[in-house]
Design a protein around this ligand. Structure first.
Ligand SMILES: C[S@@+](CC[C@H](N)C(=O)[O-])C[C@H]1O[C@@H](n2cnc3c(N)ncnc32)[C@H](O)[C@@H]1O
Length: 384
């Protein structure tokens, strides 16, 4: 891998004696049974959290300042080198915190995307890059030459060899045909086998099935023999129209049937930036007190595709308005999960007009509102 260097900007919290003098109040348990909110600079906080939760965090989602040079509620203007120094310190600690099966999602736009990719390749290893999940966030950001429709979310595994496969559950709605007048309604057919040429005869799913007209199909299937027998018994295998029944067998998938698919890296079914802003304004009963909150459904989607554990420990150390907390609450409410979050948000003065003078106050206010709505208590932890 080519080396990637920049001029390092030191951080006061590089001084370990300064960090050693800090402690959490209340002290943090090794096993977390409550959500935690830390109104603190994430660098010292991550340094203190690492010895307690090293290798224990299942998923980290962060949405750091993109370094756009714009005036937002939060500071978003640094030199590239400064930004890389800032991110590198935090990402190295994040890497240590991740569980062996864990992964991190990092939201970013094109201002720092290409630097961030090189930085992450260095910290997490090029081989642990999973994908860039691009979110189509609305009408796009235009300049004289083009309109940029996507924001990026780089995903890295702690160790890709241990990362469970990502899955997305999709509910079919688009079937419009019912070629065999099935009383269960409209369906479409999905592939359920490899071609004979691509089939592996020693694979455990290599077996034969026979169509109603007696045509035998021997190949490698995408299901086991038992699952195939079940599908056949339920009349869910389509062999083509009667009386020939001679088409390559496919699975009948009915409307409203839940289907697991490999997630696409372009996310366009979740809410837009505008929608996320309106939702936050309504929750806080204040207009535009925070800029660029992410939609709850975007973060919930990423957690859902990457982490099947219903008791996952999830961290967001650039919490902003606390969207990650709400996303986890909605997931827990949907599947009776007991996921827990650790959220960190700096006590940064709010540059926008708001009754919340710091962004940590704003985040805490939203957490408390969500906490009450979902019955998910969150503990305030002070680092001093
Ligand atoms: C883009 S916003 C995150 C928005 C968030 N995803 C949401 O949906 O509301 C980035 C946040 O990181 C916070 N931040 C910046 N530097 C930080 C630091 N050193 N420690 C903790 N938070 C920090 C900023 O105050 C800002 O609220």
């Amino acid at each position: 891998m080519p080396s990637f260097t920049w001029e390092d900007t030191p951080d006061p919290y590089d001084d370990s004696s300064l960090v050693n003098n800090l402690s959490f109040s209340p002290a943090l348990p090794a096993t977390i049974d409550n959500h935690l909110f830390l109104p603190s600079d994430n660098y010292p906080a991550l340094q203190k959290l690492t010895p307690i939760y090293q290798n224990k965090i299942d998923l980290i989602y962060i949405d750091p300042p993109y370094n756009t040079g714009n005036t937002f509620a939060y500071e978003d203007s640094q030199q590239h080198d400064e930004w890389l120094s800032f991110m590198s310190r935090r990402l190295k600690l994040a890497q240590q915190l991740l569980a062996p099966t864990g992964c991190i999602f990092i939201a970013i736009d094109q201002t720092e995307l290409y630097h961030l990719k090189l930085l992450c390749d260095q910290i997490f290893g090029e081989q642990n890059f999973v994908n860039d999940f691009m979110w189509l966030h609305g009408k796009g950001k235009k300049d004289t030459w083009s309109r940029t429709l996507q924001q990026h979310t780089l995903c890295y595994a702690k160790d890709k060899a241990n990362l469970p496969p990502f899955r997305e559950t999709q509910s079919t709605t688009w079937a419009t045909k019912n070629p065999d007048n099935d009383p269960r309604g409209n369906w479409f057919s999905g592939s359920i086998s490899f071609t004979e040429k691509r089939s592996n005869p020693s694979h455990k799913n290599y077996f034969s099935i026979t169509s109603p007209s007696g045509k035998v199909w021997t190949r490698q299937w995408l299901c086991t023999k038992d699952q195939m027998d079940e599908l056949l018994a339920q009349n869910k295998i389509w062999f083509g129209p009667a009386p020939e029944y001679d088409a390559v067998p496919r699975e009948k998938i009915f409307n409203d049937q839940q289907k697991e698919i490999i997630p696409r890296n372009i996310i366009d079914e979740v809410e837009s930036t505008r929608h996320a802003q309106a939702h936050l304004d309504e929750l806080l009963e204040e207009k535009n007190s925070f800029d660029n909150p992410k939609p709850v459904s975007l973060i919930a989607h990423l957690i859902q595709i990457a982490c099947p554990k219903k008791d996952a420990l999830i961290m967001d150390f650039f919490a902003g308005s606390g969207t990650t907390f709400e996303a986890v609450c909605t997931l827990n409410a949907n599947d009776n999960g007991t996921r827990r979050t650790i959220l960190i948000q700096k006590q940064e003065p709010n540059k926008n007009q708001s009754r919340y003078k710091t962004l940590s106050d704003l985040c805490w206010a939203r957490i408390q509102t969500n906490s009450m709505a979902y019955g998910e208590p969150c503990k305030l932890v002070i680092l001093k």
